[in-house]
Design a protein around this ligand. Structure first.
Ligand code: CP3
Length: 355
């Protein structure tokens, strides 16, 4: 399947991440890591300890910009991802989001039309504005050659937290509500979709070069439900962003989509596809060749944590499989907190060799 295409020279005038999302095979590929700012870095833990809550860090532009820059200084990644969280959207909608140390997010669950009516879609501006300020700071402080990625959670994934009140391994509460009361669930998805369009639009206006839509819980859904709750809202977000900002590429990350990934790409019109750890390399390559999408991923974050010769071998295998295709090196999911920073340094070295 592999095309013998000559890798394009690294353009100097344009961000490599954007070139790849426009369909060019840049080599060595641009790289960044999901959750590249975070607890595996001592400098992050230091800043984190200086503020009370995690969301306070997200809303304090100066500090959020600082932690975004930390992994860029240390490793020189080709892209920085705005430091924020997908749960900023429900928080801004008035649901009230708390992060419990060692346990994760907690929200007052929404399970009925009455509870849904407590959200206040008109009230998001104040909190969103603090995130836009972070983006503005970053566009000024980042090296010119580093792309800035803005993001939001996909409506389905955000809704699983809003309905469940916390994370879960099967998203049972949201799946059941979607069957039991599809009218209320659709209204919730619409509310989150509208707010997410607004939120991404603000990030692009503030200086984001590309966007990623995190659908971390896109697996687990039967195909009809996948089309209704994953594909359709993502398509609406992508279409509206494209209408407003035709030059800003979008990466979709439907984690766990499996054989639905091709349909997702075709139907949503995203330029980039985030691939999870379970996607075979050959399938990732086929999607790039056949669907004309830039592939991103999919190193196992636990292999990065483990390090050693298996890490070297898998990175080389991944690079060999993707050479000649539009490809962005990344993990298949977020970096885990106990990852040794020196393993990340080794990974950067390997990818830059571009073997
Ligand atoms: O570096 C980056 O990637 C940018 C920042 C970022 C965070 N969260 C920071 C964060 C991004 C892009 C996210 C996305 C996010 N948040 C997702 C989608 C990606 C994924 O990992 O599946 C999801 C599902 C969330 C919701 C969320 N945020 C959970 C479930 C948790 C708790 C689990 C945990 O790791 O603690 C968070 C907290 C969170 N978001 C942390 C960070 C750095 C850790 C909190 C801390 O530092 O105290």
């Amino acid at each position: 399947m592999r095309s013998p295409a000559e890798p394009a020279p690294k353009p100097s005038a344009q961000l490599t991440l954007v070139s790849v999302l426009e369909g060019q095979a840049v080599w060595p590929p641009p790289m960044w890591l999901m959750r590249q700012a975070g607890r595996y870095l001592p400098e992050y833990r230091e800043v984190r300890a200086s503020v009370g809550g995690f969301l306070e860090l997200c809303y304090t532009s100066k500090l959020a910009a600082e932690v975004t820059l930390q992994p860029i200084r240390r490793y020189g990644f080709d892209a920085a991802i705005l430091f924020s969280d997908i749960l900023v959207v429900p928080d801004a909608l008035g649901q009230g989001v708390r992060f419990v140390e060692g346990e994760g997010p907690r929200l007052d669950p929404i399970g009925s039309a009455t509870e849904l009516a407590c959200l206040n879609p008109g009230a998001t501006d104040g909190k969103f504005a603090r995130v836009y300020e972070t983006v503005q700071r970053l566009r000024q402080d980042l090296p010119r050659e580093t792309a800035l990625i803005g993001f939001c959670g996909a409506p389905w994934t955000v809704a699983t937290y809003m309905v469940g009140g916390q994370g879960s391994s099967d998203q049972a509460a949201a799946r059941e509500l979607a069957y039991r009361d599809p009218v209320t669930f659709a209204a919730l998805i619409d509310t989150v979709t509208d707010a997410s369009i607004d939120y991404l639009d603000g990030q692009v206006r503030a200086g984001a070069d590309a966007l990623q839509i995190f659908d971390s819980w896109a697996g687990n859904l039967p195909d009809g439900e996948f089309d209704t709750w994953v594909v359709a809202p993502t398509r609406r977000i992508a279409a509206e962003l494209k209408r407003r900002h035709p030059d800003t590429p979008i990466i979709g990350f439907p984690r766990g989509a499996g054989t639905n990934a091709g349909r997702y790409v075709k139907a949503t019109g995203v330029e980039g596809l985030g691939c999870d750890t379970a996607m075979p390399l050959q399938h990732m390559r086929d999607l790039a060749d056949r669907e004309g999408v830039a592939a991103q991923g999919n190193l196992d974050p636990l292999l990065l944590a483990a390090g050693g010769p298996k890490l070297d071998a898998r990175v080389r295998e991944t690079l060999a499989a993707m050479r000649g295709a539009p490809y962005i090196f990344n993990l298949g999911h977020g970096i885990v907190p106990h990852t040794p920073p020196e393993n990340v340094a080794r990974l950067v070295e390997l990818v830059r060799e571009g073997i």
